[in-house]
Design a protein around this ligand. Structure first.
Ligand SMILES: Cc1ncc(COP(=O)(O)O)c(C=O)c1O
Length: 488
């Protein structure tokens, strides 16, 4: 939204801006900066010209000129020639933004994550700052989460076809935290018996780690290598057999734009799976962290619609920003109360500011998401095209959505590629991180979170790294261990 502010309107917003404690130009610039930061002065608004503002405020024009110059220098006003300065936020230097361009100049392909859409997230925090004072008289502890945020999340499920109340939502510090709470509540560590958790294979590395750390055993059920058209993306016969045979405590899946493959589970498979889990007495956990990244607009119903015992995990990390650290669990009220008890030994609730900001984001999810989806679609096309032309011996699975492409390499070289990748200016997550027991050295997850130019640099670097491995096969033998670096 862009607009123009008149001198009287700005004067009203400024109020009693001059205290005399500092030069007038600096006080004026400071107050305008605060108005921009707390959202009262919207971004992309043209400020009044120097002369009319000087007249309205009854001060010299040079004071206004100096104040505007300071705002420009600090990055709060645009610098377009001739045009009136427009309000903006200082841009973050790429070198200081982790995950885009790591500080050492390495392109980070180990994170399948996006930077925040600055304006949208900033506006949500600005609104939160104005709502915070009303909550300050309380203690600030809400183990289940702020009621307003729980209602907003519940309403989204209801709108997606799963009637949900705020009592069925627990707000967490992200999806990873949510999974840890569920595991802590449901995995038993008694009598030397190890609980089993059935998992998609491949699966999200941090989830596999959480299952192991919780003392449970991840039992893999393989995703079909390349799904035949019309056969469905999961092997439901294998899932039914595994559920019946192992009768696991938990099954953990990512049915919505699966990480790393980007597959979407069709509704008919969701129904079958939920029934099979209920028969086996297994709690089905559906990780919906990537659900909003529906790049091709394929209709699907949240897993919770197919069984009252389903536990859904969600997050704002991929739709908005990982830095929000806000996610949730949706489950029946009995389970929610068990999860709240399990949570209390880890933390006593989420930060109030983040939850207030998250409430705005959840309530206004759709519009900002459209822009994000559009650029992701362009990135996905660019990456698929680049891989086809530069690395034709890699087999690519077309992702229905999400943030990554799962690539089948011409041999078991994923670990070796990951080890030598920094020499070529890239950082990778080795395929075996996505598997149980060292499988998937013949695969690599590539995120399409960089813009096309960055993806081109990355793919050319991958080609150069692969050529180096081909010319020095001993490198493959020297790099047997999977590097354990941070992944998202
Ligand atoms: C499938 C899946 N689950 C959980 C997470 C962690 O999400 P959060 O940042 O909300 O903890 C991710 C992040 O990449 C993910 O892809």
């Amino acid at each position: 939204m862009s607009g123009q502010l008149s001198s009287p309107a700005l004067a009203r917003l400024l109020g009693q801006w001059q205290s005399g404690a500092a030069p007038a130009y600096r006080e004026l610039a400071d107050v305008v900066r605060l108005l921009i930061l707390d959202g009262r002065l919207p971004l992309d608004t043209a400020l009044p010209g120097e002369r009319p503002l000087a007249e309205t405020l009854g001060i010299s024009r040079t004071t206004i000129t100096a104040a505007y110059a300071q705002l420009r220098e600090q990055g709060f006003l645009s610098t377009g020639q001739g045009a009136k300065g427009r309000t903006r936020l200082p841009s973050i230097q790429a070198a200081a933004a982790p995950g885009i361009n790591a500080p050492d100049g390495v392109l980070d392909l180990a994170y399948a994550a996006l930077p925040a859409s600055g304006e949208v997230v900033h506006r949500a925090y600005a609104s939160a700052a104005t709502e915070l004072p009303a909550l300050l008289p309380g203690f600030g502890y809400e183990v289940q989460g702020l009621p307003g945020l729980r209602e907003a999340i519940a309403d989204r499920y209801t709108a997606a076809g799963v009637p949900t109340s705020a009592a069925e939502i627990l707000v967490t510090s992200g999806a990873q935290h949510a999974l840890n709470i569920v595991l802590r509540a449901l995995v038993t560590r008694s009598g030397g018996r190890q609980d089993k958790v059935l998992v998609d294979h491949p699966s999200y590395p941090n989830a596999l780690d959480a299952i192991r750390v919780a003392g449970a055993k991840a039992v893999p059920v393989a995703l079909p290598a390349v799904p035949a058209i019309g056969s469905g993306a999961w092997d439901l016969d294998a899932w039914e057999t595994a559920l019946e045979q192992h009768r696991p405590t938990i099954a953990y899946l990512i049915p919505d734009f699966h990480n790393p493959t980007g597959r979407l589970m069709p509704d008919r498979q969701r129904r079958r799976l939920a029934r099979a889990a209920a028969r086996a007495g297994t709690v089905l956990i559906a990780d919906e962290t990537l659900r909003e990244l529906n790049l091709d607009g394929i209709p699907s119903t949240p897993m919770a619609a197919f069984g009252p015992g389903v536990v859904s995990i969600g997050s704002l990390s991929k739709s908005h920003w990982g830095g929000l650290r806000t996610g949730w669990i949706r489950a029946n009220p009995d389970l929610i109360s068990r999860f709240c008890s399990a949570r209390s030994s880890m933390d006593l609730g989420g930060a109030v500011m983040e939850q207030l900001a998250a409430t705005h984001l959840v309530r206004n999810l759709d519009q900002p998401l459209l822009d994000r989806l559009e650029s992701l679609r362009a990135n996905r096309s660019a990456l698929l095209e680049l891989l086809g032309s530069e690395l034709p011996d890699w087999k690519i699975e077309y992702p229905d959505g999400g943030l990554s492409v799962w690539c089948r390499l011409p041999g078991p070289i994923s670990t070796a590629l990951t080890v030598i990748a920094p020499e070529f200016g890239i950082r990778l997550a080795a395929g075996p991180r996505f598997g149980v027991g060292g499988s998937y050295d013949g695969y690599l997850r590539l995120p399409f979170t960089l813009p096309p130019a960055g993806l081109r640099t990355a793919v050319l670097a991958l080609r150069a790294a692969q050529e180096k491995l081909a010319s020095a096969p001993q490198l493959r033998r020297d790099t047997a261990a999977t590097p354990v670096n941070a992944i998202a």
